[in-house]
Design a protein. Sequence first.
Length: 202
Amino acid sequence: MSEPALVADLVARARAGDQQAWNGLVDEFLPLVTAVIRRMRLPAVDADDVNQTVWLRLVEHLDDIREPLALAGWLSTVTRNEALRAIRARSRTLPFDLERSSLEVVVEDLAGDALIQWETHEALLAALDELPEKRRELLRLLLAEPPLSYREISARLGIPIGYIGPTRARALAQLRDTKAMRAFVDHEEGHDGGGGRDAAMG
């Protein structure tokens, strides 16, 4: 681990938008995040998602960090929490009422879900168009079907594998702040009476 003064300096510069400082934080703490994820024994896909989400959380809360020297502990806690969330998500099963005499209600629910998915898809496409080309391309590759490995994405974009997750986090943070995504969230909150999508994108 680097000297405490160096970590504090990296945090201060990253807050000011210094990309090199952000890269320095990733270099410093990526081994720690990776080690915590490995201890949780997640499947590879979930491990990648947790890694990306952790760095997104750091992007979101970088300005809230009052004690840079506590960053290692904060990252460890966030990583464990996100890993546990992934484990719980995998353990969920689709509920089904055995006493229902027909599938009409299920079909109606699925139709409503399909509409929501379509609206979300359209909003995301519009939001992606607002991003810089490199970040837009990274997100498109991460969503490709069939899924691409980090090695393939690294080769296509010419960036180190270790930076894919953190770069995705910054791209997602920017995506959330696009006009298209803010309009979509406002629209959904209106349908829910203003309170149905608490922290909708978070």
